[in-house]
Design a protein. Structure first.
Length: 207
């Protein structure tokens, strides 16, 4: 099955490719279209934005498209950054990119003690057929807490701040296999693959 991974984020692309069976899915991604305009994420929920992106990119490129919208919800920040996670610093005129996003969250939590720094990663996936019709969605979360300084060099985004009690590590200190097994994106993709296995006809999966 030919499948467009609807993101230019190299970290997300790597995770998707690691988890999708190369024998079943011939994957491409938006990095092949560097000059193409991004689809505007106008939704107020992860699911809405995932569906907007999957549908728009499927129509634009006339192929099946899998899109995600994911982010960090910090309880002490009223579930924010939320859908603005990737551009949290930009929204607050505090820079742009992962390092500035992390720095801003740390600054916003400066006076918040450890028990109140609980947080979760959320991922919603949406699969669209080439006509732009959303066929399937899946959702998963990963619970943890925000440290007061980054740890680890793996992963991307808020991974260096996101501490998992059961591992005694941040998600940036996990190996790729460890992270894919328990991450919000990994669990959402596992669910999506199971749904695709049973919901899509053989005529589609053989494309």
């Amino acid at each position: 099955m030919k499948l467009l991974i609807a993101t230019k984020n190299s970290g997300k692309v790597s995770e998707f490719r690691e988890m999708l069976d190369a024998k079943k899915y011939q994957c491409s991604d938006l990095r092949a279209f560097p000059d193409a305009a991004d689809v505007e994420e106008t939704g107020h929920t992860f699911r809405t934005n995932a569906c907007i992106k999957a549908s728009a990119y499927a129509l634009r490129h006339d192929q099946w498209a899998l899109a995600d919208d994911s982010g960090l919800e910090v309880n002490a920040l009223a579930q924010k950054p939320g859908v603005h996670s990737a551009r949290w610093a930009t929204v607050h005129n505090a820079g742009a990119g992962d390092a500035d996003n992390n720095a801003l969250v740390l600054a916003q939590l400066k006076s918040t003690t450890s028990p109140d720094r609980s947080a979760r990663f959320v991922c919603v996936l949406a699969l669209s057929d080439p006509s732009g019709k959303i066929i399937l969605t899946s959702r998963a979360t990963l619970e943890g807490r925000i440290l007061d300084a980054p740890r680890g060099d793996n992963g991307f985004g808020y991974d260096p701040l996101f501490f998992l009690e059961e591992f005694g590590k941040t998600t940036a200190q996990l190996t790729a296999d460890e992270k894919n097994a328990i991450s919000h994106r990994g669990k959402a993709l596992q669910s999506m693959c199971e749904l695709m296995k049973f919901a899509l006809p053989d005529s589609v999966t053989r494309l």
